[in-house]
Design a protein around this ligand. Sequence first.
Ligand code: AMP
Length: 283
Amino acid sequence: MSAPIIRPLAQMRGLIRRWKAHGETIGVVPTMGALHEGHLSLVRAARERCDRVIVTLFVNPRQFNSPEDFAKYPRTEIADAELLGPLAVDALFVPEGAEVYPPDHATTVSVTGVTEPLEGAHRPGHFDGVATVVTLLFNMTQPDAAFFGEKDWQQLQLVRRLVSDLKLPLEIVPCPCVRAGDGLALSSRNQRLSVAARAQAAALPQSLFGAAARIEAGEAPAPLLAEAEAALAGAGFGPVEYLALRDGESLGDPQSGRPARLLVAAWLDGVRLIDNVAVTLPG
Ligand code: AMP
C-alpha cells in the first residue's frame, strides 16, 4: 500500500486540524522526492517521535541555480509513495507549484551569516530559496518537529537559525547522514553518475574522512586540505569548489574547543556532490 498523496493545501489543513483536535503531535520531513534510504531514515525518526508523519514532496524551483538543473531533477512520485507505504506515513503532501508560489507571491525569507560562505558563495540565491520554502512548508504543515539530514550540514544550520530567529514553535531534529557501502553519501543526484563515475565517487568520502582523521591527529589543516584537493582532482573530480574546515554551527573560522566540520563540494561526471564530516580539533 502506498502512502496517501494529498495535493490541495485545504485538504492537508483539514487533516491537520483533525489530528490536532485529538491532541496528536505532527512530524514533518521536507523532501524533493526521488526518495532513498537517507530520506527513509528521517521518516523512521519522525515515526518514532510523532503521532502523525507528513512527508512533503516539492521540487522547489527557487533553490535551483539554473532552469536546466531544475528540469533534470529526478521525479519519481509514484515510487516515492510506494516506498513510504510500509513506513506508515500519514500523508505524502505534494503541493502544486502554483499554490506554493502563486503569480503574485512577493515574499522571500533570507537568513544572513551562516548562509554566506561555501554553498552560499557558490550558489547565489540557493539559500533564500531554501529558507523561503522551508518557512512555507512549516506554515502549511504546522509541525511539532521537523527532521533534516546532516548530509546537508549548512542547510541544517540555516534551518536552526531560522527557527530560532523567527521563534517558530517547532523542534528541529538532525539525523545522521546515511552512506552507501563504499562511503558515498546517498543523494538523489547519485543516479546521474555513470557506472564508472559512481565507482570513482568513493574518493570523495575517503578524502574527507582521511583529512578529518589527520586534523584530529594534530596535522596543520591548510597544507593537508590542499593535498586532499589535489588527490580529488587526481581521482577525476573537477572542479573542487571548496574543501574547508569550519566552525560546526556558524560555518565561520573553526574555534578550538568547539565542534568543527569539514565540508566539501566537488563535481564529478557533470554532477555536483557535497559531503561533510565532524572534526574534533586537538586541544
Ligand atoms: P532532498 O530531497 O535532497 O532535499 O533532501 C531532503 C532531506 O533529506 C534533507 O533534510 C536532506 O538533508 C536529507 N537527506 C538527503 N540525503 C540524505 C542522506 N544520505 N542521509 C541523511 N539525510 C539525507
